[in-house]
Every structure is written in C-alpha cells, then in structure tokens.
Design a protein around this ligand. Sequence first.
Ligand code: SAM
Ligand code: ZN
Length: 282
Amino acid sequence: MSILLCPNCRTRLEQQGNRFCCRNGHSFDLASSGYLHLLPSSRMHAKIPGDNKQMVRARREFLSKGYYQPVSDALNAAVLEYCKKNVPLQMVDAGCGEGYYTNRLAQACADAGQEFSMVGIDISKFAVDAAAKSAARLPEIAPKVQYAVASVFELPVKDHSCHVVTNLFAPVCIEEYRRVLKRGGILVFAVTSTRHLWQLKERIYDEPYENEKFDHVYEGFEMVGKQKVSATISLPCQEDIDHLFTMTPYYYKSSVETTARLHALGTLDTEIDVDIITYRAK
Ligand SMILES: C[S@@+](CC[C@H](N)C(=O)[O-])C[C@H]1O[C@@H](n2cnc3c(N)ncnc32)[C@H](O)[C@@H]1O
Ligand SMILES: [Zn+2]
C-alpha cells in the first residue's frame, strides 16, 4: 500500500497502472521516466523550483565517479544498523537530488536481504527525472523505489508511515519529518562539517571560514548516533573540479575572476568532512 498522499486533498493515493488516484478523483500520471509530479502549481514559488539542469548534471557526473562513496556507505551502514529489527522498511529520502544516495541505500537494503520501499522527494523535476532513470537501470530496486516532485516543507506522505527519513545536504523541515516518522523511527542527516572542501574554499576565498558544526537539539527527537566521514579526495582533471564547483553554493556566489581561476586549476586534492547524524523519533 502506498504511503503517498494526494497533494490536493491529502487523502491516500492508490496506483492504478501508470496513474496514481485519490478517492476524490484527483489523478497523477507517471512521467515516462517513472516519477510523479505531486507539487501543486500554487506551491511552486519559482517557475523552475530547486536545482536546475546544469547543477543536476554536474552533481550526477561528480557523484558517479565515487568521490563521495564513503558518505553513501556510512549512511547505508547507519540505516542498516537500525533496520535489522524492522521489516519491511518504509523509507523517505527528503531532498533526494538525482538519487545517488537514495538508489545506493535501496541497493544496500536489497543486498542485505532487507525488505523495503523507498520514496525519493525533491522539488527539482530535473533531479527527480534523473533519479527515476537511474533507479530504472537497477532491476532489484526499481519496483520498490518511487520518485516524486514535491517539497520537503509539505511532504505528500501519510502521518507516521515511515521507519526512516534521510536528509542529505538538503533543506530541512523537522516538523514534517516528525509527522511522517513512526515513533522509534530514525531521521538520518548527512551534513557538511568544519573542514569540508577546505582546499577548494582556499582557492575561492582569501580567508575561508570553517563550516559550523551541526549539533541541533530537535524537540520530539533524541540524537542516537554520529559518525564522521573524512578523507582527502584527489581530482585528477579539470572536468571533475568544474563539476564539484558547480554543485556547491560557492559557484553562484563567486566572481568572474574566481570562477576563471577555478576553471584553470587542472588538478585538486581536497578534504571532505561530513557528519552522518542519526536521531530517533520519540
Ligand atoms: C545539495 S542538493 C542535495 C541532493 C542529494 N540529497 C544529494 O546529496 O546528492 C539539495 C537538493 O534539495 C532540493 N531542494 C531544494 N529545495 C527543496 C524543497 N523545498 N523541497 C525538496 N527539495 C528541495 C534541490 O532541488 C536539490 O536537489
Ligand atoms: Zn485528491
């Protein structure tokens, strides 16, 4: 049974072939790549909300080279550690982007013999389209992963229906995550820590600042795990540097001179520093 809700009347959506329908007659067709569009136009605060095509492409190219695989592996380990006791697992990836982490987490569950269903939500239709296409190429997970265009600030997901919510480098709406999680369910964040991409930032800023530490206390949650993922990654070509730069917030803030300097680096070694933080819903 689907955990998805109709964005118009918030009643349950049922799949009927290539279409999801609610009992009040609203219906949503699957796009050819397999995703659903569940963001009402009245809630679209921009003509093209979320990451644009160029950012999605850059992130997809960069992540496909495996530079952030240690982050993905740590996320999968955090979820799998929790989920031994919960079968089948219902998961939501809030702000899933083009599905690199979402599909790898789904595949890790399949590899571990863990039953699951996964919903990936992102406000960018380009990201969700790419995510659905990647999932379709993975036969073990394809039938169990559903992507939808929607906002994390109004998830089209039933109350208390999820064992796991993941949120990786994406906007946070803690009230929504608490609403959709079951009691005892987990919320797993991946957040950039102090030294993340330090050497890239040194090439951008005269006096780079360290990122702030993420140690929020959230009402209705207790923190139950924290794992640091730190490493140095070596980017051997300009193309990879360009992709990394384009997927960071610095890209849109940098001057023409800085951008030109970054485009001429050739190679780059930089630290990555990410925390995987797990909260349990009380
Ligand atoms: C830095 S990317 C991270 C994507 C993915 N989790 C990853 O780590 O590869 C942030 C994502 O949040 C999405 N986003 C921004 N605002 C959003 C919102 N209100 N609801 C859902 N997604 C949103 C963007 O479209 C983008 O894909
Ligand atoms: Zn409806």
